[in-house]
Ligand binder design. Sequence first.
Ligand code: PMP
Length: 453
Amino acid sequence: MDSTADRAPSHLFYQTRQRRPLLERAEGVYMWDASGKRYLDGSSGAMVVNIGHGNPNVLAAMRAQMDKATFGYRLHFETEAAEELARRTALRMPEGLDRIFFVSGGSEAVESCIKLARQYALATGQEQRWKVISRFPSYHGSTLGALALTGTATMTQPFAPMMQEMPKIPAPTCYLDRDNFSDEERGRRYAELLREEILRQGPESVLAFIVEPVGGASTGALVPPDSYLPRIREICDEFGILLIYDEVMTGAGRTGRFLGVDHWPAARPDIMALSKGFAAGYAPLGAMAADGRIVEAVLDAGGFVHGYTYAGNPLACAAGLAVLDELERLDLPANAARRGESLRTALEGLMDRFPFIGDVRGLGLLQAFELVSDRDTMEPLPKELNAHARLVDIAFDKGLIIYSRRTRGGHKGDHFMVCPPLIVEEAQIDELIGLLGDSLEAFAREAGLPLGT
Ligand code: PMP
């Protein structure tokens, strides 16, 4: 059967008119379409399937839960799956973030974080605090509240009249800076931009600052200098502003530790959003973890005015619990750290062959590379080459899935996430790099770009 054969489109609403092959099955790091073609999932979907596809233990746990109950409304029942997942999740959180609130995805998790922060301000007599500062570039979700925090103009502009856009500061894109500062000094300087913005906005009006500890797809795996987040924490403390970490992409082992914040434990957040790898694509699931002091104040003031019908869904929570078991049993954060090193070295190795790779960056198995027309100036490739889409399509044809974006602060660059499942083996990294090399070569020939040695 032709996997892209014409299908009645009326029941589907494609984001673009481009059809995709029919997915037949998926196992480990591989996926197969209906024609039998195999793909290496080099981006874990959208950085989701951290434990790999088709994990039998997770499937068994989900079947067991299905035999008991698939739905229980949270205002009627507690469920063992949700209670146990909350308990086990809290154990992995930074000290004090022991209250867990379940949702169905990343955008809902971010919405929950900002609404909890606002209700905390109201509960503690700080009604004037409502502004949530974020960064550009950034991505925090597609619902209007989370979108207001998202620093990607093409996504926010169409909806600008419909939402309260929030103030934004530049993310620490040190790799673009051509000054004489060390990265540590740059990290402190980028953090000071938050202080300046707080003062510009009026500190009494600022509720929170939200940040991805390691930037996701909007930045191409932007790792901050070690000085950055600790200084951000100090600045938030100075003004009594809540610090929210969006760990939707960085959580669940992706960066080589269980959480992104585990690389900078002193820079502890007050509230955190989780999703993606948390249930690894086995069920729609996300969570907010919050400091007990915040939750208690809100509950004392009458309760958290927020919630979703599917929150704490037992089937989703059973999947999340089994995923957490697998992350721990297989020590996948450690594997992400180890394999991340090999992947990084191999990606850097491609820079000799392809002079138009301008930068390779990332942490653990959250790795990315950026294509440019000049490595010294980091001048982007001409827009007409449409590199972010073309390279992904060429790779897809060759059986490799990678994920791309064309955004970079005020610039317009093409970067590509290379983020296989955390179970990836050394030989599969070699296979991935082989396919990627072939794809880059085909793209270079098509685009008329020079090849190196
Ligand atoms: N925050 C971050 C950092 C993300 O990467 C994403 C998804 N790409 C979201 C929030 C939104 O998650 P979802 O698509 O599950 O709503």
